[in-house]
Design a protein around this ligand. Structure first.
Ligand SMILES: NC(=O)CCC(=O)C(=O)O
Length: 243
């Protein structure tokens, strides 16, 4: 990333409950205004975690907003894959009981670098990351809140897998772990480089990570291990469909 591009990321807001109490419209809701002001004040891009967005027809989306250094809304990503799982003896979660799924891929452009946005459970879907790679992304950012059942097993693995499969940076942010909370987040926000190496990792507690993203590493790995051009597209493909 060029020296002038500063990107701040905030963690996933894991809010449940009535839409009247918690959901907000974008870009004029309370959280949007705070994020816009902060981006402008500090002259940075902000990838603002997620908020429950009150959308059309009263539907609620788990939505990540991105703000420019002028305080303008650059993009919003509505979580595409809802977290509906039932792990025996572990965690049961049915996000679809309160949330609707988004249908759009989200790519932002920062100083000529394409960055894809996903949210939490979205990271499990390789096809989505692959489509970001196909579209020229060099980094995917996932605000997230993994849990204490799947986090220890899959959190780092998934980030390194997406980075390795697609030869790009993967950056995640998680809330710190609060064992008294109803939903206990795993923590460990991370930066993984295109070689699939963990470049930086937070602990489970509150922490600020400051990382330099050297996009030339993307080109290096893509040149040295040129799998993208070696795919057998005559035999298989990952294709985007419109809805
Ligand atoms: N809120 C989420 O999408 C959590 C995803 C998660 O924990 C997982 O294991 O996947």
């Amino acid at each position: 990333m060029s020296k002038t591009s500063n990107i701040m990321r905030l963690a996933l807001l894991q809010l449940k409950g009535s839409k009247d109490k918690y959901s907000e419209t974008i870009p004029d809701g309370f959280t949007s205004l705070q994020l816009s002001n902060l981006a402008k004040k500090h002259q940075v891009y902000i990838v603002g975690g997620t908020i429950p967005e009150l959308g059309e027809n009263d539907a609620i989306y788990n939505t990540c907003t991105v703000w420019s250094p002028t305080g303008d809304l650059v993009a919003k990503h509505r979580k595409m894959h809802l977290f509906d799982i039932d792990v025996k003896g572990g965690i049961r979660f049915k996000e679809s009981e309160t949330m609707s799924a988004g249908n759009d891929f989200t790519i932002i452009n920062v100083d000529g670098h394409k960055i894809g946005i996903g949210i939490c459970y979205d990271i499990r879907f390789e096809e989505m990351a692959r489509l970001y790679r196909n579209a020229g992304c060099e980094l995917i950012i996932y605000p997230a809140a993994f849990n204490m059942t799947t986090g220890p097993l899959h959190w780092e693995l998934l980030q390194r897998s997406r980075a390795n499969d697609n030869q790009l940076f993967v950056v995640t942010t998680s809330p710190a772990r609060d064992t008294s909370a109803e939903y206990v987040a795993y923590g460990h926000s991370m930066v993984v480089n295109p070689w699939a190496k963990v470049q930086q990792s937070a602990s489970e507690g509150e922490e600020t990570l400051v990382a330099d993203i050297d996009f030339s590493e993307v080109e290096q790995v893509r040149q040295q291990i040129p799998v993208f051009g070696q795919r057998r597209l005559d035999l298989y493909a990952t294709e985007k469909k419109s809805k």
